[in-house]
Design a protein around this ligand. Structure first.
Ligand code: MRU
Length: 347
């Protein structure tokens, strides 16, 4: 099914650079930047110019391919050796979203048996382009599977940004909203603003408004009140890493929403591609939670809103335990019940 919504392409391979939507400037400005070095790619991921697990993975893949194209090695062995160092470098840009690792690993594996330097360069680019193309199809399938869980005329609450700009197109949780719109469903969305860096207000509210989806913005501390009083049919969020047992790391605040959903008997869905499932990590305790700079908490848009030198704790993600998750929506289908077995089966 074709979704008719026009989407901004968040990243485009240009042959000798990466054209990237600078998400830091949204919603006030639609700015594209051109990345011409692996260091710029690292910085764009670290500083959230590009963010959202799949989008980070795709951009990093292009970054590694770009580095490959710019390299001068006489032997394929030497090239591959250096490639793994650049892999480590890019992986260090953000620790929680496993899609970053997954995409870069795919590139490294794609050239394992390529014998010549020119072939390695060509293969890296091809694999990165393929990852982006696949992600489009993946997100559309997630959207359709997510929509199948919604009742008629649904009112859904979402957190952070899981839309077209957090992926290659469509998004994960937001993909279900675009499918709903395409099918003519009478959908209403509540979007939490998502402190500290406001992905909900700056990105989700903007993206859904552009698409003509009925969206209402709330601050994070309004969620309990809204969920209790506004007939919320479901909460749907994305994921940065899903452990083998279904425990899910996602944007800070997700755990609170899952606990509320349980208390209020509201279904709580996680929508994510299979590439976000990390079977090497047994449970949520094994997921590294990124801690970010104190300025994200003490400042909003460059303006100080807290006293100088106040102590700050700024974890970017939290882990929702599997028993609070009603279902995990993937491109291959919806997984419920005992995640330990079903995730292994579906992956
Ligand atoms: O810090 P961010 O903005 O990269 O965090 C993003 C999220 O937590 C998203 O919900 C997740 O990556 C899924 S994006 C489809």
């Amino acid at each position: 099914m074709a979704i008719k919504q026009d989407f901004i392409k968040p990243m485009t391979w240009q042959g000798d650079s990466i054209k990237l939507l600078n998400q830091q400037k949204l919603p006030n400005e639609i700015e594209f930047i051109f990345l011409t070095s692996i260091e710029q790619v690292w910085d764009s991921i670290h500083s959230l110019k590009v963010r959202g697990a799949p989008a980070i993975g795709i951009t990093a893949a292009y970054g590694l391919a770009l580095w490959g194209l710019q390299s001068n090695y006489d032997s394929a062995t030497e090239f591959r050796h250096e490639l793994t160092k650049q892999f480590d470098y890019l992986v260090s840009s953000r620790p929680t979203a496993v899609n970053l690792y997954w995409a870069l690993e795919r590139l490294v594996n794609s050239v394992k048996y390529v014998e010549d330097v020119g072939g390695i360069k060509e293969t890296l680019v091809k694999e990165a382009v393929l990852i982006q193309e696949e992600d489009e199809r993946t997100c559309r399938a997630i959207g359709e599977n997510g929509f199948s869980l919604f009742p008629d005329n649904p009112t859904i609450l979402t957190h952070c940004n899981t839309g077209g700009i957090a992926t290659s197109k469509y998004g994960t949780a937001l993909g279900a909203f675009y499918v709903a719109k395409e099918k003519g469903a009478n959908l209403s969305v509540f979007a939490t603003e998502t402190r500290p860096v406001l992905q909900g207000s700056r990105l989700t509210a903007w993206e859904l408004q552009q698409a003509g989806v009925d969206v209402t913005l709330i601050t994070d501390n309004m969620a309990a009140h809204v969920m209790k009083n506004k007939k919320i049919d479901a909460v749907i969020v994305g994921a940065d890493r899903i452990a083998a047992n279904g425990d899910t790391a996602n944007k800070i605040g997700t755990l609170g929403l899952a606990l509320l959903a349980k208390a209020l008997n509201i279904p709580f869905y996680v929508a994510a591609p299979l590439s976000t499932i990390d079977l090497t990590v047994q449970d949520g305790n094994g997921i590294t939670i990124e801690e970010r700079s104190s300025e994200e908490v003490t400042h909003i848009a460059g303006t100080r809103i807290a006293p100088e030198n106040v102590k700050v704790y700024n974890p970017a993600f939290d882990v929702t335990p599997n028993h609070l998750i009603t279902a995990i929506i993937t491109e291959k289908g919806v997984v419920e019940g005992s995640y330990l077995e079903s995730l292994k089966e579906i992956k």
